[in-house]
Design a protein around this ligand. Sequence first.
Ligand SMILES: [Cu+2]
Length: 92
Amino acid sequence: MKVLLLMLSVLMSFSVWATRIEVDINGMTCGMCVEAITKELNKTDKTENVKVSLEDKKAYFEVKKDKTLSDSEIKEAVKKAGYQVFKIARKK
Ligand SMILES: [Cu+2]
């Protein structure tokens, strides 16, 4: 029982620690846009589970546990791909 509780608390702390970020992006029109943005966000080496949705015009990802990623770093990565950040939302 104790072990179960311990495992549960470890799992919960993981989900609490990972900051989920949603970024609204202007100018995406096709799969190439999705690929370019995904690539640049991965290149920061601070993100994980990067998913870019053409339908939503959004990028979804998490920040690695031991890293911080500022808004300007996100904007810079998206800009490098050739697009503009419209809005950044951070969710715990
Ligand atoms: Cu495109």
